[in-house]
Design a protein around this ligand. Structure first.
Ligand code: PEP
Length: 254
């Protein structure tokens, strides 16, 4: 079975002590993960070492960065490079979240540079794609997300692309409480997989984990994750509440 992943995206939320408490509460429940399951906590940069040490004894639990800069190093005050993240022993990083695309004008080309730097530094990128409401209403969402994949990922070799995790996050569902239906999620995930298959072949496409993101909660995770092409979720708001996120982890395909 493909790797099934519950990924928490804390965004710019929680003070350090609150983050530590949240991790304690989740990890104290001792949810044992199977070999094909993973839990990833994407925390603010200053919390990475704390999160890494919290999960260090737990099988298949990982800490992740939420972003990295698109240049290797240099005069970019306030920024954090993939190499720095790697030097902390962190091996996951979200790339291309819609909030970065919107508020920091990150283009598909810039995201391709971030993906390259992650891979050069042994970091697995969690690459986000997804359409805005206008695009969904115009019915052009399939072409839109295909272009996002093409322009940010399709320069990679098969070996490189096989280590990328994809998160499909329709922007109209992020933080809105409006979730894609299971039909919409499954249809898009199957489409993404077919786009990858078109470039790299079926075998590779069938190995890649594609997560759904957009108002995943304890009460809808099981249904969404049960779709054949949905391999878990990238979770914002509900990942800040231990009881919610615990239930979301429990909803991964067994
Ligand atoms: C996200 O931030 O990636 C996200 C999906 O947020 P939410 O779960 O709050 O919609």
């Amino acid at each position: 079975m493909r790797t099934q992943i519950a990924a928490a995206n804390w965004k710019m939320n929680l003070k350090y002590q609150q983050g530590e408490k949240l991790l304690d509460e989740i990890l104290d429940t001792k949810l044992l993960l199977k070999d094909h399951q993973k839990v990833i906590f994407a925390v603010p940069f200053p919390y990475l070492i704390m999160a890494r040490s919290e999960v260090s004894e737990e099988k298949n639990y990982h800490a992740a960065a939420q972003n990295c800069h698109h240049k290797k190093s240099g005069a970019f005050t306030g920024e954090v490079s993939a190499e720095m993240i790697h030097s902390l022993n962190i091996s996951y990083c979200i790339v291309g979240h819609s909030e970065r695309r919107e508020f920091f004008s990150e283009s598909n080309a810039v995201l391709a540079e971030k993906i390259n730097l992650c891979l050069e530094n042994f970091i697995t990128p969690v690459f986000c794609c997804g359409e805005a409401l206008k695009i969904r209403e115009a019915g052009t969402q399939n072409d839109f997300v295909a272009l996002q994949l093409k322009e940010s990922l399709f320069h990679l070799t098969p070996g490189q692309v096989s280590s990328v995790i994809i998160a499909y996050e329709p922007i109209w569902a992020i933080g809105t409480g409006k979730t894609a239906t299971t039909e919409q999620a499954q249809e898009m995930h199957a489409h993404l997989r077919s786009v990858i298959a078109g470039q790299y072949g079926d075998e590779l496409a069938n190995q890649i984990s594609i997560l759904y993101g957009g108002s995943v909660k304890a009460n809808n995770a099981k249904e969404l994750f049960s779709c054949p092409d949905v391999d878990g979720g990238l979770v914002g708001g509900a990942s800040l509440v231990s009881a919610e996120f615990i239930e979301i982890i429990r909803s991964l395909k067994p």
